[in-house]
Design a protein around this ligand. Structure first.
Ligand code: AMP
Length: 542
């Protein structure tokens, strides 16, 4: 017997309609190139979204067609998200930090019909346009007054396009399983793969991220998403904030600028923010030199890469709670969050410091398991390592236009490509990417744990550990370090001595090499493939 409840489709349109009615006067503040403090509210935003939807309705697109963006976090990008998705099209966010060849590949693979782009990306767009013959128009996210001189054909001005549209629009009824957004993973090898989110998955993910032990969002929050809207939908904040009625503060192109971030936090009363470890280093460095504080900021979510303890301890001093989050493009992205457990007293300070570094507990809706090389499920004892597999309603079931993949080899589970431990309390810790695992004498060494210890050294700016050939142990860890400005005199001996008593003796790197910088991917992750290539002819001393 079925329940007697209404079967209302879960759609992004309903988030927009709810926010406009219930939280209409809540503000959205943006840094943009033509206005460093643009300010309006949800009501204005969704009125303009209807105008945009009216204008693009004349383009004759079919349901499911892709509209792409190459844009910073700001209100125009936000409007484009909703106008595209709620019209029944797919908003395809492209990472402008990718190589032009990758951007070309992505636009063509996605069969993007129109591309909305920020003025800053004009050179990129001019460079790729000729190789993207399927694109019917390029829309510059600016006003007529700021329109650039360009050789591009079929260029439109966003504000002119929008102004031509009527403010009333009948949104179509959409199937909850219809696609609403598309984002390509920026893998370190092979072509990027498309992850196609549905209205239903986006809505459920937004609900889940609002939970108290996740981002804990409410209408009293002021949220600064520093994580880009071109990378997994800014971790869902453009959906969860209007759902919760939280004020949004968009940093535009200033994501890496500590001074602008501090000003936005202090002047707009930001309570919650989210971003990758690198952006926090920039903000912390600015706070230290300027002597400023961030009184309103209550908590931050740090994800996308392992978070060094030093970042958490520095934020402790400012009274800001740091929560590590883990996830993937394929997971919308949120899978786990590390919020303080109810049994905090059980842990000594040293144990608690170790616990904080973990990726946290799965949020409700995400199931996890760890399996050995032979496919055997591993215990949740905090010690056993295994390949991490996940399943849930906001985890991708296959890639866009790609039949079958190794990641989906086991029916119903997604292979994350991460190696992890899970402890009896459900705290998961990422120890490596599968392909970065170091096996010394047949035993696994966690490169992330070794890197965490290394980056805690006061003279270290960044560190990476790779497995390197060793005649006796088959592989041993090689530590590659970037010294910070105060640490130019750091020696290999001093660095290695730092590990004494902090990790198992045999995990201590075999040797240390110093470099000026480490290679990163377009989303700021260490590019270990390139590092291994750089050190392929290296031999351990002695
Ligand atoms: P992306 O799809 O670009 O968001 O990358 C997802 C990958 O980033 C994951 O599979 C992890 O390898 C890594 N990652 C994300 N969050 C964390 C974290 N908190 N700790 C360690 N690695 C992380």
């Amino acid at each position: 017997m079925n329940g007697l409840m209404m079967n209302v489709p879960l759609s992004v349109t309903s988030i927009m309609e709810h926010a406009e009615r219930v939280n209409g006067t809540t503000e959205i503040v943006s840094y943009t190139r033509d206005n460093p403090r643009h300010r309006y509210n949800y009501r204005d935003a969704f009125r303009r979204t209807r105008q945009l939807a009216n204008s693009i309705a004349d383009w004759g697109l079919a349901q499911g067609d892709r509209i792409a963006t190459l844009a910073w976090n700001d209100y125009r990008h936000f409007e484009t998200y909703y106008a595209a998705a709620c019209s029944g099209y797919v908003c395809h966010t492209i990472n402008p930090r990718l190589f032009p060849e990758q951007v070309t590949y992505i636009i063509n693979h996605a069969e993007d019909q129109y591309v909305f782009f920020d003025l800053d990306f004009l050179p990129l767009v001019e460079g790729v346009a000729a190789a993207c013959p399927g694109v019917k128009g390029w829309i510059v996210l600016t006003t007529e007054e700021h329109m650039p001189e360009t050789s591009l054909a079929n260029v439109l001005c966003y504000e002119t396009l929008l102004a031509a549209g009527d403010t009333s629009f009948e949104w179509p009824q959409l199937d909850e399983n219809a696609a609403c957004a598309l984002c390509y993973t920026s893998g370190t090898t092979g072509n990027p793969k498309g992850v196609l989110y549905s209205h239903r998955s986006t809505m459920l993910h937004a609900y889940a991220t609002m939970m108290p032990d996740a981002m804990g969002l409410s209408s009293r929050d002021v949220v600064l998403p520093i994580v880009p809207m071109f990378h997994v939908n800014a971790w869902g904040t453009p959906y969860s904030c209007p759902m919760a009625g939280a004020k949004l503060v968009f940093p535009g192109s200033k994501m890496g600028d500590g001074a602008t971030l501090a000003a936005l936090i202090n002047e707009e009363g930001v309570t919650m923010s989210a971003g990758v470890p690198t952006v926090w280093l920039g903000l912390l460095a600015y706070l230290k030199t300027s002597g400023q504080r961030v009184e309103s900021l209550q908590r931050i979510i740090v994800g996308g890469a392992a978070c060094p303890l030093s970042i958490m301890e520095d934020f402790d001093k400012y009274g800001v709670e740091t929560r590590v989050g883990w996830g993937m493009t394929e997971m919308s992205p949120l899978g786990s969050v590390n919020s303080s457990p109810s049994n905090r007293d059980k842990y000594s300070d040293e144990e608690f410091a170790k616990l904080r570094l973990k990726a946290g507990r799965p949020i409700f809706g995400v199931e996890m398991k760890i399996v050995s090389d032979s496919g055997e499920e591993q215990p949740w004892d905090g010690v056993a390592f295994g390949s991490l597999k996940v399943r849930g309603p906001w985890i991708c079931s296959s890639y866009f236009k790609l039949d079958g993949s190794d990641a989906h080899a086991e029916e119903g589970w997604f292979e994350t490509g991460d190696v992890a431990t899970i402890d009896p309390d459900g705290f998961m810790a990422i120890t490596d990417r599968t392909k970065d695992v170091i096996k010394s004498g047949g035993e696994w060494i966690s490169s992330i744990e070794v890197e965490n210890v290394a980056t805690d050294h006061p003279k270290v700016a960044e560190a990476a550990v790779i497995g390197h050939f060793h005649p006796k142990w088959s592989e041993r860890p090689l530590l590659i370090v970037v010294r910070n400005t105060d640490g130019q005199d750091l020696t290999a001996e001093e660095m290695l001595a730092w590990f004494d008593g902090k990790i198992a003796k045999w995990w201590t790197p075999e040797a240390v090499e110093f470099v000026d910088e480490l290679p990163h991917t377009a989303t700021g992750k260490l590019q270990k493939v390139t590092l291994r290539e750089m050190f392929k002819d290296y031999s351990f001393p002695g």
